[in-house]
Ligand binder design. Structure first.
Ligand code: ZN
Length: 129
């Protein structure tokens, strides 16, 4: 069963208080929906060694993959601070598990934009064709 996008956004808004982003102060929460309609959540978690931070998108995806989930329908990425377009690392990691028509819904304080994975990463790196 597919969830209502409003529901995904409401969950993401509640998750914002769990963000750990004392360095960037850029709060981001992500809700990823698998093909069975189950929702998996994540927030950005920063570190004083900046390179060790993890984005909300990968946080949510890794939690789901750790539970054995491999098929995903879409992800909603939300920030009250600015439009949270996924970074290159997250695009590549999403491409490992998601089809090209996987939907990425990005919600900022002033606008919502929807992309497919192939729009954001048209030439993904793959070992196998
Ligand atoms: Zn990222």
């Amino acid at each position: 069963m597919e969830n209502d996008l409003v529901r995904l956004q409401e969950i993401a808004e509640k998750l914002i208080s769990s963000c750990y982003c004392p360095y960037s102060e850029f709060h981001v929460a992500a809700v990823i929906e698998d093909t069975n309609g189950k929702l998996h959540f994540g927030v950005n978690v920063e570190n004083s060694s900046y390179g060790l931070a993890i984005c909300a998108e990968r946080s949510a995806l890794f939690k789901a993959v750790s539970e054995g989930i491999r098929d995903f329908r879409r992800i909603l990425v939300y920030s009250p601070d600015d439009l949270p377009i996924p970074c290159g690392a997250c695009r590549q990691v999403l491409a490992e598990f998601c089809r090209e028509d996987f939907q990425i819904v990005v919600v900022g304080p002033e606008e919502t934009r929807t992309f497919t994975l192939v729009q954001l990463l048209p030439h993904r790196f793959k070992i196998c064709p």
